[in-house]
Design a protein around this ligand. Structure first.
Ligand code: ADP
Ligand code: MG
Length: 702
């Protein structure tokens, strides 16, 4: 074994418990397998332990050959009576040779074949005893095995296999790695190192819940003796993840309550005045969210509010009330959005609505002159600017405020955890309002945003038409163009969106340009323009303005139009290669055309050969219009790990828990976490030592 390394050793990885430097030093791993494991995102001993089987197969019972049934996967133990390797006719499958073996066990015999594995001749010999697992298939009237799994057990009395004679786990693999191999690696690593895992779940909680300790749980989830063992181990591991996320939630809540923030004085009459500037009446949902947010602003602790609402539900209007209230109290507002276009749009809206109130409103983006920038920086520092709208530029170090009172972050999922955390730090415990158009299911919201005050706009403004989503294949392209043409003739406008993944890649933009020239031809009688992130600022602004003024009929664009841009006359969107987008993103895109009294049409041109998952995604988007349901579907299709990546708010990673389907365990974990924090808010009691130690790296940054 390698010498023990100390915490200060370069490259020290706590997830290796200081026992090894790298997985390649494990028995049966080496640099090549280490590379494959990396592809599975397994980097450490702990990573290996937490690489759980995705399903099991019951391979406990050995049955006599005479009891084998066609189509039933079964395990037999048999002696090889004869083997034969022969050439076969070359077919379009390119099968060239066939290895055959006759297996018998006293109850009967069965043939097994392997195509194109001539080397088996070297391994499997007449007289050998084998364990064979496979699904018998019928061939020329008789059942046989076709390429079954096997293991040679000559001379071994007992079945002591990781693959057979037990409940066998199956892992997600990558090319070059086999189930057998990963089982062996995990088994041997567990045998040797599992006892070194510290059990982070306190003993008294484990005892109360009847959970096995961590070492036993890990062994049982990988190599269970019974399904009950596997279940209990899984339950414990899920509980553990949810428990820690809930501890974090309660700790943050507790901390916030102890922090003094700004106690805004808000007059109802003033809010009413702002509301009257809108040319629409607030929906009931908007009213409720607004009063909840405003009420939170009057409290003595910093507000931390997440405003969720489907695309087009009118979150901006709600935010404007909060912004106005803050500015009226002589505090500054910093309003951050992910794109410049959106910044200009919100800036316009703010100026329009608040023009009679003598607030100084400005905009800060990266694309402005030095002089202008200096003026704004100065204005913010001196407190001359009341409301600033901007992009990431607002995060820069020299952007300082005199007295920042409210931070608003739109489309919050477009920002990283660190970025979101940075903005409030520019003030002294300002109130925070973050907005998201990617609504997340409530159970999920509770478990990851539980420390936030949640506010949801449930209804869309009246007169909004449900979008019609049409799933068209490549073959219907001509039809789609005719459809668009008709809409343009009626005076409506349209988008055609291309999946340019990296706008920095010339290649990708090039294909957008090509399409643009083609479409200019197809839609000769209309004004067609192109839009993407790499246009110059003035060009961008001009295109958006012209589109807004209906001088452009058809806009060929990348997904930069995904967020925010708000033009009522655009009622049709065609998306090319929709299979390259995630569900949430498609829903966002669709939101762009969901803003008017005309019926919106969302048309997807998909290639003919779709993967199952992509097909499911597209069918889901065609069927579902409700953003919350879309989110749930997304979670189902993508799995929690991936989904969470999106919403991380500085929590321990979840590998096994899925707050949607593990709702019961989530409830238990919440209760347990609550009890812990109630009794021991600073995690100082000896029995909670392990919690503190485990969460310390996360807590330290708070
Ligand atoms: P999102 O929640 O997606 O950010 P926005 O705030 O951009 O939505 O609002 C979408 C559009 O709906 C805007 O044009 C806005 O003026 C309009 N809108 C918002 N609230 C209402 C309402 N209560 N009635 C009618 N239109 C509204
Ligand atoms: Mg918005």
């Amino acid at each position: 074994m390698k010498a023990k390394v100390s915490l200060s050793t370069p490259g020290y990885c706590p997830d290796n418990f200081g026992l090894i430097d790298s997985l390649r030093y494990l028995k049966g791993v080496g640099p090549k397998i280490e590379g494959l494991l990396r592809r599975l995102k397994v980097y450490s001993l702990k990573g290996l332990f937490y690489y759980f089987p995705v399903r099991y197969q019951d391979r406990r019972e050995i049955i006599p050959i005479s009891k084998l049934k066609e189509g039933h996967p079964s395990l037999i133990r048999a002696k090889i009576a004869a083997v034969n390797l022969r050439a076969t006719r070359r077919t379009f499958f390119k099968r060239k040779n066939l290895f055959e073996a006759i297996l018998s066990d006293g109850s009967g015999s069965i043939e097994s074949v392997w195509f194109n594995q001539p080397y088996l001749r070297e391994y499997i010999k007449a007289g050998d005893t084998l364990l064979i697992f496979g699904k018998p298939v019928r061939y020329k009237g008789k059942i046989q095995f076709n390429a079954p799994e096997y293991e040679i057990i000559n001379g071994e009395e007992m079945v002591n296999s990781l693959n057979f004679g037990r409940i066998t786990g199956f892992y997600r693999l990558t090319e070059g790695l086999t189930q057998k191999r990963i089982r062996k690696i995990i088994f041997e690593t567990l045998e040797r190192y599992a006892s070194k895992m510290e059990d982070v779940l306190p003993f008294y909680i484990r005892q109360e819940k009847g959970f096995p300790n961590i070492t036993r749980s890990l062994k049982n989830i990988h190599f269970p003796s019974t399904f009950e063992d596997a279940d209990l181990a899984r339950k414990r591991l899920i509980f553990e993840e949810l428990f820690f996320s809930q501890i974090m939630v309660y700790l943050r809540k507790a901390k916030r309550v102890l922090t003094t923030g700004i106690e805004f004085k808000i007059e109802t009459s003033f809010i009413q005045e702002i509301k009257e500037k809108f040319n629409f009446a607030f929906t009931r949902s908007q009213e409720e969210s607004a009063s909840r947010i405003l009420r939170n602003m009057t409290k003595p602790h910093p507000m931390h509010c997440l405003l969720q609402g489907d695309v087009g539900s009118g979150k901006t209007a709600v935010a404007i009330l909060a912004i106005g209230a803050c500015a009226k109290s002589n505090f500054q507002v910093s309003f951050m959005v992910p794109t410049e276009i959106l910044a200009y749009q919100h800036y316009q809206t703010l100026v329009n609505i608040l023009k009679d109130f003598e607030f100084k409103i400005d905009i800060l983006v990266s694309n402005i002159s030095k002089g202008n920038r200096l003026r704004i920086i100065e204005g913010l520092k001196k407190g001359k600017i009341d409301i600033i709208v901007g992009t990431h530029s607002l995060l820069e170090e020299d952007v300082e405020f005199k007295h920042l009172g409210l931070v608003v972050i739109d489309e919050q999922h477009k920002f990283g955890v660190a970025q979101r955390a940075l903005l409030p730090q520019k003030g002294i415990n300002p109130d925070c309002l973050v907005m998201s158009a990617t609504p997340i299911p409530r159970s999920l919201a509770l478990s990851i945003y539980g420390d936030l005050d949640l506010s949801v706009i449930r209804e869309l403004p009246p007169q909004r038409k449900e979008p019609k989503t049409i799933l068209a294949g490549e073959k219907k392209r001509a039809w789609v163009y005719e459809f668009v043409r008709n809409k343009l003739r009626e005076g409506r406008q349209a988008y055609i969106v291309y999946p340019v993944i990296e706008e920095s890649k010339n290649q990708d933009l090039h294909s957008l340009e090509e399409m643009y020239f083609k479409l200019k031809e197809v839609f000769k009688e209309f004004s067609v323009e192109m839009f993407h992130g790499r246009l110059k600022k003035e060009e961008k602004q001009k295109v958006v303005d012209d589109f807004r003024r209906n001088k452009i009929n058809l806009l060929v664009s990348t997904t930069v139009i995904e967020v925010g841009v708000d033009i009522e006359n655009v009622t049709t969107m065609v998306v090319e290669n929709p299979e390259r987008f995630g569900l949430a993103q498609l829903h966002q895109l669709r939101g762009r055309i969901r803003r008017s009294k005309f019926e919106p049409n969302f048309i997807l041109i998909a290639p003919e050969d779709l993967s199952d998952n992509a097909g499911e995604r597209l069918r889901a988007i065609a069927k579902i219009n409700d953003g919350f349901k879309i989110s749930e579907e997304d979670l189902k299709l993508r799995g929690p790990g991936d989904f969470f990546g999106h919403f991380q708010w500085g929590f321990p990673e979840m590998k096994i828990a899925n707050p949607l389907s593990d709702l019961d365990i989530l409830t238990q974990a919440r209760r347990a976490a609550y009890e812990v924090i109630k009794v021991d808010p600073n995690l100082e009691k000896p029995q909670n030592k392990s919690i503190r130690r485990y969460l310390w790296p996360l807590l330290r940054n708070k």
